[in-house]
Design a protein around this ligand. Structure first.
Ligand code: GDP
Ligand code: MG
Length: 440
């Protein structure tokens, strides 16, 4: 019991710090979550090492387990890395804005090109789609069909022209016609391929895009890292679109892409339809990658409701022997506002496992009884429990008022005093090796 109280007491004082030892399990959990989300292994290792270093020594919020708080720190760091806010598509001072789409075959470049054009329309920006994928005749038709669907012009020169020339003329056309943005769709290959890279580099060199977007299929997994590195090194990217997030991928590629290229994810593809494009929200992606919404909301709840200043005042009171039934009630209500007693007990390291559900239920019943009895006390009795010890008639009145026996009130008062003196001794750094006692 003394150990448990000491733990609880530490929490109350907020003196627990995040340490190597108390976040071991959380570290493992985060590592597993990131790997399951298909974040690249190297990226995971580096990220965890960084966050661990950052978190070490942080004060633990009262009522929150260090490991859970660590997970919150991880989440915040994920959000920070992926960009605090959404980064929009480039918009050149002098139109046209030139956007180059890059990526492997089948990732969704052509679809994303049309999606972008539709997105721009909503911002009152006109666009021209340019078809440079001459290797598959169907690719040009695909873009033309999409263009018709959203009523956006498509520039193409058939399958015999040079992709670089198509791109160059496409931009010229947009300039001549006063179109706001040119979106150049390109050919991909199933794998990274030197011819593809060389062609992309030449197109880029020629049209000098304001935004070069790497289109990454969210299902790419671990490979996303190598892919991003290659594209970034060979052609240079300024942003990315993560597609097929409507699937069950946890989206770990987002972290890999950002970490490796430094380029922001600008949009996410959420389906095959042209409307299915959304701005990228780092916080949503962080929760998705971690897949731990419950833990996060718990940590947030605790951070919200536990007023550190209040906890400090409480601590002073306890130290100066002023802790009374009013404080006890406050403390109880605070615990309740955070959830059931059981929930709170389980938050305290080492405590959850030792306490059976039966014990917890007893504890909750006991707390309710105590509350009822305190409710029947006068202000004087609450502030100075000693007057109850010396007056049987007061105890009888409280018992009657709350529907309990006089002996229950006697026990409440004596337990309370025991607890108070124990807390005072602990506050002064004396930790008596005692058993017995018990929360009122
Ligand atoms: P490209 O080869 O890179 O141009 O890829 P496409 O644009 O032709 O897309 C390849 C396939 O993926 C097509 O069947 C698209 O309908 C599909 N696709 C593209 N984006 C998404 C998306 O965000 N979600 C889903 N579910 N499918 C997508
Ligand atoms: Mg295509």
């Amino acid at each position: 019991f003394a150990e448990r109280l000491e733990e609880a007491w530490k929490k109350l004082r907020g003196q627990d710090k995040i340490s190597e030892a108390n976040i071991q399990d959380a570290l493992k959990e985060v590592r597993r979550a990131l790997l399951t989300a298909d974040v690249n292994l190297q990226v995971v290792k580096q990220f965890i090492a960084d966050v661990e270093e950052k978190a070490m020594g942080a004060e633990v919020i009262a009522g929150v387990r260090p490991d859970q708080q660590f997970i919150k720190i991880v989440n915040d760091e994920l959000v920070a890395i992926m960009g605090e806010s959404n980064v929009p598509l480039a918009h050149a001072d002098q139109p046209p804005t030139v956007v180059l789409m890059a990526g492997l075959q089948g990732t969704g470049k052509t679809t994303a090109s049309a999606k972008l054009a539709l997105h721009l329309r909503k911002l009152n920006r006109s666009s021209l789609l340019v078809a440079t994928d001459i290797y598959r005749p169907a690719a040009i038709d695909q873009l033309k069909t999409l263009g018709e669907q959203i009523d956006v012009p498509v520039f193409e020169m058939g399958t015999d022209a040079d992709p670089v020339e198509i791109a160059r003329q496409g931009v010229e056309r947009a300039k001549a016609e006063g179109i706001d943005t040119v979106i150049v769709d390109t050919a991909g290959r199933l794998q990274i391929d030197t011819d593809m890279m060389a062609e992309l580099a030449r197109i880029k060199e020629t049209i000098q895009p304001h935004d070069t977007l790497l289109v990454v299929d969210a299902m790419t997994g671990q490979e996303a890292a190598t892919l991003t590195r290659t594209f970034d090194e060979e052609i240079g990217i300024s942003g990315a679109i993560l597609t097929k997030l409507d699937g069950d991928s946890r989206g770990g590629a987002a972290l890999s892409v950002r970490r490796i290229s430094g380029a922001p994810i600008k949009f996410v593809g959420m389906g095959e339809k042209v409307e299915a494009l959304q701005p990228f929200y780092p916080d949503r992606m962080a929760s998705r990658i971690l897949g731990m919404g419950d833990v996060l909301s718990l940590v947030e709840k605790a951070a919200e409701q536990v007023d550190l200043a209040d906890a400090e005042k409480m601590q002073e009171k306890i130290l100066s022997a002023q802790f009374d039934f009013n404080d006890f009630l406050k403390q109880t209500r605070l615990m309740k506002s955070m959830g059931s007693l059981g929930g709170i007990m389980k938050l305290i390291p080492g405590m959850g496992k030792q306490i059976s559900d039966e014990d917890l239920q007893k504890g909750e019943t006991q707390l309710k009884r105590s509350e009822a009895m305190i409710g029947s006390m006068t202000v004087e009795e609450r502030t100075n429990p000693d007057v109850l010890s010396s007056s049987p008639s007061r105890r009888r009145r409280v018992a009657k008022g709350s529907g309990f026996e006089e002996s229950d009130v006697t026990k409440l008062v004596s337990d309370f005093k025991k607890m108070r003196s124990l807390m005072q001794q602990m506050g002064q750094g004396n930790l008596p090796g005692m058993g017995g006692g018990g929360m009122p």
